[in-house]
Design a protein around this ligand. Structure first.
Ligand code: CMP
Length: 137
């Protein structure tokens, strides 16, 4: 069974659509193997998104990700990484297909409701960033 990491970002948490988003994962056959609501520190956000450190949007991305609590979740199931990305829709909600999480709940490319791992290799790294193995079941 494949695992992937989802982050419900501060905009979606503030809008109280956490339950709706988690339901979409479960309705698509993905199992919640671990989940928690946390406030990221600046150091956490900078480390998590280190791959984007040189991009012009890095500062805004980090500011946004620490603007309120997030919900981090390990999703498990067949093709979990790809399934989650299909459910999320395009990074820019204006380009996201109707019925996707970002089309339905996101406002902008910064406040885009959710993050999902973009490869199985990165999923393992991102899961380990937030969860100890004993917390995943
Ligand atoms: P996420 O999947 O969390 O990965 C990095 C985030 O950077 C992305 O979602 C967007 O919210 C944000 N971002 C802002 N501007 C851009 C951009 N031009 N290209 C890609 N990601 C961007």
């Amino acid at each position: 069974m494949e695992q992937t990491l989802s982050i419900i970002k501060p905009d979606a948490v503030a809008k109280s659509v956490v339950g709706k988003i988690l339901s979409r994962f479960e309705d698509a056959g993905l199992r919640i193997a671990a989940t928690k609501k946390i406030q990221l520190s600046r150091a956490d956000a900078e480390a998590f998104y280190a791959v984007h450190a040189e991009r012009p949007f890095f500062g805004e991305l980090v500011d946004f990700m620490i603007s309120g609590p997030v919900v981090v979740t390990v999703l498990e199931g067949e093709d979990a990484m790809t399934k989650n990305r299909d459910l999320m829709g395009a990074t820019n909600p204006k380009e996201a297909q109707a019925g996707t999480i970002r089309a339905d709940f996101a406002e902008s490319i910064d406040a885009n409701a959710v993050h999902g791992s973009d490869s199985v290799e990165n999923a393992a790294i991102e899961i380990a960033f937030f969860f100890a193995q004993k917390d995943i079941s």
